[in-house]
Write a new protein. Structure first.
Lengths: 242, 115
């Protein structure tokens, strides 16, 4: 793996063993790419440090590598340990994306579907844009998830990764239903075609595609993050410092 | 000393990590080693337990991390934030109260039976 910086004394076999270990771990990690890269860089540094610590007069470097890797745990055990963190990071990134891009999609529909000037009030707005309750629920879900997975976890009960992913699925589904609804309503209305509609429908179609991808990813991650049967306390280690 | 089962530390790991970082910035592996050596090997935690816990503390704003380049190697060092110092003080007080209460119960020996 590129970027490996083991000690200068490290043999080729030792390096390739570390690369293989981290390569297998990289294959098992699921979540935002930058977050995975940071985790791998941090583990590589820790592993290099552990190998340096384990390399003594009595131990060959290969033995030190095996011992250090043993202390870190199997790639599967380490990947499982980071699964929750990565799932939460994915949920936060995705929900932040929906919050950031929501107005960019909504503004065109608001301009397009706004009630006639002589009809005012909330009911008129709801009649013109019937997906507003869906948007409200999506915003509340998104805000709640961001709050219970970020800095506020010091004071609020922290959302589990499973719950954060469920909220992500809910937000994506609400956005999908909302976009499909407004497009259908507009196409079935007798409104004359407007250039603004191209922007609104285009923005919604892009978000529909993103929502479908999000639903697929989040559902897969949620399925994979379902806790398995509890492991033995030392299950992560395949070398007990012999 | 025999290593403790990780599940025994449930609820106390955050305080332990904050306490280790109180001395100054450290990288993840050094934190693991500090926990192990300062407890005479009793707190020998799997890597997969410590790194995610450090990342969680950072998300909570109790510690901050900084990527440095040391001898051409990228290294992430963690340090306590002001909120982390406050949280550590609070958790120490909670631990004192908890350990006093538990010791009072567990340390009580039954009186020898009298005839």
């Amino acid at each position: 793996m590129a970027g490996h910086r083991l000690t200068t004394k490290a043999g080729t076999h030792a390096q390739s063993r570390v690369d293989a270990y981290l390569g297998e771990l990289a294959h098992l990690l699921r979540g935002p790419r930058r977050r995975r890269a940071r985790i791998l860089a941090e583990l590589r540094d820790g592993l290099d440090q552990a190998i340096a610590d384990h390399t003594t007069d009595e131990r060959t470097e290969d033995q030190a590598v095996e011992s250090a890797i043993g202390r870190f745990g199997t790639p599967r055990a380490v990947a499982d340990a980071f699964a929750g963190e990565l799932a939460t990071a994915y949920a936060r990134h995705t929900i932040a994306w929906y919050i950031a891009t929501g107005p960019l999609v909504g503004v065109w529909w608001l301009l397009l579907l706004q009630p006639h000037p002589w009809r005012t009030g909330l009911l008129a707005l709801l009649a013109a844009i019937p997906v507003l309750p869906l948007i409200t629920v999506a915003i509340a879900t998104a805000a709640g998830t961001l709050a219970t997975t970020g800095r506020l976890i010091r004071w609020l009960p922290e959302a589990s990764p499973d719950r954060a992913l469920t909220a992500t699925i809910a937000v994506a589904a609400l956005a999908l239903v909302g976009d499909l609804t407004v497009i259908t309503l507009y196409l079935r209305s007798a409104e004359p075609a407007q250039p603004l509609a191209i922007l609104a429908i285009g923005a919604s179609l892009i978000r529909i595609a993103c929502s479908v991808v999000t639903l697929r990813h989040a559902t897969l991650m949620r399925r994979n993050s379902t806790p398995a049967a509890p492991e033995a306390p030392d299950a992560g280690r395949h070398d007990a410092r012999r | 000393m025999l290593p403790m089962r990780p599940e025994l530390l449930k609820g106390h790991l955050d305080a332990l990590l904050l306490a280790v970082l109180e001395a100054g910035p450290q990288h993840g592996y050094a934190v693991i080693e500090a926990l192990r050596t300062s407890s005479d090997g009793a707190l020998d935690l799997p890597t997969g337990t410590v790194y995610p816990a450090l990342h969680r503390l950072e998300r909570a704003g109790l510690i901050a991390s900084d990527w440095q380049t040391v001898n051409g190697r990228r290294r992430r060092a963690y340090q306590l934030t002001p909120s982390g110092h406050v949280a550590l003080g609070e958790q120490r007080a909670v631990w004192d109260q908890f350990s006093t209460a538990v010791t009072a119960v567990l340390g009580r020996r039954a009186w020898p039976a009298t005839v």
